[in-house]
Design a protein around this ligand. Structure first.
Ligand code: ARG
Length: 285
């Protein structure tokens, strides 16, 4: 008797779309202060290893055919490598970031100046928000995190600025202080396939878990163990999912759903509470 593999296999194949990413070289990367539970100034960062890991990430995007813009790093801003926090770009409009902590405040205007130099129309934020750390753009809506960094007022401001509905999600576990460490967009729904996400339910309040279940009944549910290596801090082009290499079960779940996991080791950045997605801003269309 033949034993059938009953795991869910995709009925249609996934399709990659060429993306336009923005990164900031980790020249000044270090853990010099602690503004999230991952950061411990007593733990040394291996700087040359961080540079190598970041290069691998950039080269991974380039080898997959994606564009990567570079924002010049600023001395004295050790977290600027986390370019996702620098704003939210949709089409030729951008919503600027306004950081929660004084340590990162100077990054907001620096990213805004760079976005302007690209010809984008940048809206100065009136409210605290950390860009794509808490705003994840789908074709039809923006998923927005709140609870630790980005304010609810900023959700409304982002919706008005980018003319796209925003769905607010409440984060409740300080280890998952940004939406992009609790939820990964696997398919933004801009192509022929519906939007698809993966998330760790424990990071969200009860009502936000319900919102997620209603919006994405078919979502991939990721284990706490994989969430704790920041496995959800992944970047997808619709087919290839660049995923922190420590998240092994998540990589298998991705394969089962028809994606191609591309594991990348960003362990030095984990010491600052960041990984793949944090180091990557996307210029959404
Ligand atoms: N050390 C940085 C902070 O706490 C990490 C930012 C990670 N970025 C992200 N998009 N989740 O602000």
């Amino acid at each position: 008797m033949t034993v059938l593999d009953t795991r869910v296999r995709p009925t249609s194949s996934r399709l990659p779309r060429t993306r336009h990413y923005v990164m900031c070289p980790p020249d000044h990367f270090a853990v010099e202060y602690a503004i999230n539970p991952w950061m411990d100034t007593a733990v040394a960062v291996d700087h040359s290893r961080a540079l190598l890991q970041w290069d691998v990430l950039r080269n991974t995007y380039l080898s997959l055919g994606h564009h990567v813009d570079l924002v010049p790093p600023m001395p004295g801003q050790p977290d600027m490598v986390f370019s996702a926090n620098g704003g939210l770009i949709v089409g030729d409009r951008a919503y600027g970031a306004r950081f929660t902590f004084a340590e990162r405040a100077a990054e907001g205007p620096a990213f805004a100046a760079w976005m302007r130099s690209q010809g984008l129309t940048v809206t100065e934020p009136g409210f605290t928000n950390e860009g794509e750390g808490d705003f994840l753009a789908l074709g039809s809506m923006i998923l927005a995190g709140t609870g630790f960094r980005t304010s609810l007022d900023a959700h409304i401001e982002a919706a008005a600025t980018l003319d796209r509905p925003v769905v607010s999600l409440e984060l409740v576990d300080p280890r998952f202080y940004h939406l992009d460490v609790a939820l990964a967009v696997l398919d933004d729904g801009n192509g022929d396939t519906p939007a698809d996400v993966a998330y760790y339910p424990g990071a969200f309040s009860r009502h936000s878990r319900r919102t997620l279940r209603d919006l994405f009944p078919d979502a991939t549910i990721v284990s706490e163990a994989d969430a704790l290596v920041l496995g959800l801090n992944a970047v997808s082009d619709g087919q290839n999912v660049i995923v922190p290499s420590q998240a092994r079960d998540f990589a298998e779940q991705l394969t089962d759903r028809g994606y191609t996991p591309v594991p990348v080791d960003l362990s030095e950045f984990l010491k600052s509470g960041g990984s793949v997605k944090c180091c990557t801003m996307e210029r959404h269309r």
